[in-house]
Ligand binder design. Structure first.
Ligand code: ADE
Ligand code: ZN
Length: 322
């Protein structure tokens, strides 16, 4: 229904975007038993901790440059069919290394997948290199140094995912400084599993222009006001939040309240097959459950493009498509 609305996605973890059938193909290719990982057409997990474990297990089945090219190509193709004109994918050199692939080959593979999708479908893509919070601050510094070396022209941002319940953003300030000094855009996960204090922690220590999720800011009016005042854009992922039981239903999701408070919000799928969602479905939800009009959906896309980590010529060309 909303296919004809141009869409943009700022928050999708590429390893978490692998559909179960592709993961099954990979398991067959490498002779790995994944009975514990997939049941029917679903990934097996039941809370945030077991989700992160399942995510790592799926990621471990992508092992070559071409595996990642195929993954990126298929994902971008799928959202281009849903009307996406722009996509930023979160990528994790730590996961590639765990799967036995050097970070440069990983980035080159993903870059090739993006190139193929752009050529076939016109969708524009960029990569945000992420460190993993529950690995370690030292590992994060290594990842930031790699990102700061600008390993591919489509790498334009740096961020952090992983278990928000561990440590503080202060532990990762050095990694973010390295990335920021190299001119990369900065985003980080906060206010997803942990409350508004986590959003403040991120703002105070790593100065992001965007926050992944950030939705639990709604629990503290002062934090919401700070997001508005500082013009911080939230990468909101409603389907993910309901799947991970941050909220019990889409009807009780704070997307409308954040928007009404003047926070700049965007729509994203996070790890679509894990959460039984897609970018298109998130836009549908915004229309059907949150009551946004077609024009308001276009405004969401405009917010995403304005805060995208992309050069100004590309931004202008994308905005012209709205
Ligand atoms: N990595 C992949 N998905 C994530 C999420 N929803 N939160 C934190 N880290 C993640
Ligand atoms: Zn995420």
């Amino acid at each position: 229904m909303s296919t004809n609305i141009p869409k943009a996605e700022l928050h999708c973890h590429i390893e978490g975007a692998a559909p179960t059938d592709l993961v099954q193909e990979q398991a067959l290719k490498y002779g790995v038993d994944i009975d514990h990982l997939i049941e029917g057409k679903r990934f097996v997990w039941n809370d945030f901790t077991s989700f992160l474990t399942a995510y790592d297990a799926a990621a471990a089945l992508f092992r070559s440059q071409e595996d990642y090219a195929l993954l990126a190509e298929r994902y971008l193709e799928s959202i281009a069919r849903q009307g996406a004109i722009y996509s930023e994918i979160f990528i994790s050199p730590d996961h590639a290394r765990l799967a036995g692939l050097e970070p440069q080959a990983y980035v080159d593979g993903l870059g090739e997948g993006i190139r193929r999708a752009t050529q076939k479908h016109g969708i524009e893509g960029r990569m945000i290199i992420t460190c993993v919070r529950h690995f370690s601050p030292d590992a994060a510094i290594d990842v930031a140094r790699f990102a700061a070396g600008r390993p591919h022209p489509l790498v334009t941002g740096f961020g952090m995912g992983g278990d928000e319940r561990i440590g503080s953003h202060a532990d990762f300030a050095r990694a973010f400084d390295i990335a920021r000094d190299a001119g990369l855009g900065i985003t980080t996960h906060a206010g997803e599993i942990v409350g508004p204090e986590s959003v403040l922690d991120a703002l105070d220590h790593v100065r992001p222009s965007r926050i992944g999720h950030g939705v639990r800011a709604i629990e503290d009016r002062a934090v919401v006001e700070r997001l508005v005042r500082d013009g911080i854009v939230l990468e909101v992922c409603p389907g993910s939040n309901v799947s991970l039981a941050v909220y019990d239903s889409l009807e009780n999701h704070p997307f409308p309240a954040l928007r009404e408070a003047g926070v700049q919000v965007t729509l994203n799928s996070d790890d679509p097959p894990f959460f039984d969602t897609s970018l298109g479905e998130e836009y549908e939800t915004a229309q059907k459950i949150f009551g946004l009009s077609d024009q308001e959906l276009r405004d969401i896309t405009r917010t995403a493009l304005k805060s995208a980590f992309v050069d100004e010529d590309t931004r202008a060309a994308l905005l012209a498509k709205l």
